[in-house]
Design a binder for this molecule. Structure first.
Ligand code: SF4
Length: 346
C-alpha cells in the first residue's frame, strides 16, 4: 500500500489524520512542528508522540521528503535542481542567491497546458498537477533551505491551473504552524486564468505577478494562447477591483523580445493599459530556447524602455539575468532528463 506523505498536509488535514487514528487532537500541531519547523525526515524522529502513536502513523503515512535527483550549478551561484515527480517525470526548482536575498523559483505542474510560444515547459505539454507535497518538497529538501528569503511560484506550470494544491502549499508557507513566512516573501506568477485569479486574490495575501509580455491583444495571443480565454484587458479590469496600494504587491512580467515588443509604441500601450493601477513592471531578458524564432532585446533597448515607463510614472525594473550558462529558462533541464529517461526505456 502506498503511504500518504505527511509533508504538504495543512493543519486541518493533519487533524483529520490524527482523528482517524484515534490520536489526541493536539498531536496534529506536534506533527506540523516536526515537519515544518524541525524538518524531520522520518516519523521515528517525532519523539513527543508515543511509540504506539508513531507506530500507528507509520502504518499508513510517511514523511514524504525526497532529495533532488540532479543539480546544475551556474558560475553566478544559481543552482537548478531536478526533483522526481512520479514515474519518469521531473520538475525543476531554481535557487537564486543574490546578496542578502536567496530566492527559490518553484514549479506547480509537470509540463503546462498554456503553450506560451517562448517557453520550453509549454512545449512539453501537460502531464500532471503537482501535489502540495511535491510543491513543498522543493523547498523542504533544498540543500540551501535555511538560506531562503523568498519563494516565487514561477517555475514549470501555471499555478492557477492547480490552485487547490497551490493554495495548500501557500498556506503552509505562510501559517504559524508551517514556515510562518510573511506573505510578502512569496509571489505567485500567472498568465491570468479567469477561473483561478479572483479566488487566489481573495484567499491568499501573497504577491501577484501577471505575465503580460505584450499590451496588444493580437500579439499577446500569438505569444500566449491563454489571452484568447481571458484577455489582458479583462484581467486588468478585474485587478482594478482590488487594493494593491498597501502590503500586497502587484507586478507585471514583460519579456522583452528584439524587434517584437521592445519599441516606443509598446511602452505607450503599456502605460495606457495600466493607467491608474498600483503596480510595477519587471522587464525580463529572454533566454533563447531551441526551435523558437525569438531573440532577446539588447540591454540598451531595455534600459530605454524602462526609462520611458519610469519617467511616465510606471515603476519599472530590469530583472538581472541569472544562470544563463545552465539554461535557467524553465523546462530545459527536465525536458532533457525526460528525453534521457525515454531513451533508457527504449
Ligand atoms: S511560461 Fe509559464 S504558463 Fe506559459 S507555458 Fe511556460 S510554464 Fe506554462
Amino acid at each position: 500500500m502506498q503511504k500518504r506523505p505527511l509533508l504538504g498536509l495543512t493543519l486541518s488535514e493533519l487533524q483529520n489524520v490524527v482523528k482517524n487514528l484515534g490520536m489526541p487532537g493536539f498531536s496534529a500541531k506536534q506533527i506540523a512542528s516536526w515537519l515544518y519547523d524541525k524538518k524531520v525526515t522520518s516519523i521515528d524522529e517525532m519523539s513527543n508522540l508515543s511509540l504506539k502513536h508513531r507506530g500507528l502513523l507509520k502504518e499508513i503515512c510517511e514523511v514524504g521528503a525526497e532529495a533532488p535527483v540532479d543539480a546544475m550549478r551556474s558560475l553566478d551561484g544559481t543552482v537548478k535542481y531536478l526533483y522526481r515527480a512520479g514515474e519518469g517525470h521531473f520538475v525543476e526548482a531554481v535557487y537564486i542567491p543574490d546578496g542578502d536575498r536567496a530566492t527559490l523559483c518553484v514549479s506547480s505542474q509537470v509540463g503546462c497546458k498554456m503553450k506560451c510560444k517562448f517557453c520550453m515547459t509549454g512545449k512539453q505539454g501537460f502531464t500532471a498537477n503537482l501535489t502540495s507535497n511535491q510543491i513543498i518538497n522543493q523547498i523542504n529538501s533544498l540543500p540551501e533551505r535555511d538560506k531562503l528569503t523568498n519563494v516565487v511560484m514561477m517555475g514549470m506550470g501555471e499555478p492557477l491551473d492547480n490552485l487547490d494544491e497551490v493554495l495548500k502549499a501557500l498556506e503552509i508557507m505562510t501559517s504559524s504552524y508551517g514556515y510562518a513566512w510573511s506573505p510578502k516573501r512569496v509571489t505567485l506568477s500567472s498568465v491570468g486564468l479567469k477561473k483561478g485569479l479572483q479566488r487566489f486574490i481573495e484567499e491568499s495575501d501573497c504577491h501577484l505577478a501577471i505575465s503580460l509580455h505584450s499590451p496588444i491583444p493580437l500579439q499577446r495571443r500569438e505569444l500566449m494562447p491563454a489571452e484568447k480565454a481571458f484577455p489582458i484587458t479583462e484581467i486588468v479590469e478585474l485587478l482594478r477591483n482590488y487594493d494593491f496600494s498597501k502590503q500586497r504587491r502587484l507586478s507585471f512580467e514583460y519579456i522583452v523580445f528584439k524587434g517584437v515588443n521592445d519599441s516606443l509604441p509598446y511602452a505607450k500601450e503599456l502605460l495606457k493599459l495600466l493607467r491608474g493601477l498600483d503596480c510595477r513592471i519587471n522587464l525580463i531578458r529572454f533566454h533563447a530556447i531551441p526551435g523558437v524564432n525569438l531573440e532577446g532585446a539588447d540591454m540598451e533597448t531595455m534600459t530605454a524602455f524602462r526609462d520611458y515607463l519610469t519617467s511616465h510614472g510606471l515603476f519599472t525594473t530590469i530583472r538581472s539575468s541569472r544562470g544563463e550558462d545552465i539554461f535557467a529558462a524553465c523546462g530545459m533541464l527536465s525536458t532533457a532528463k525526460q528525453e534521457e529517461n525515454k531513451e533508457e526505456l527504449i
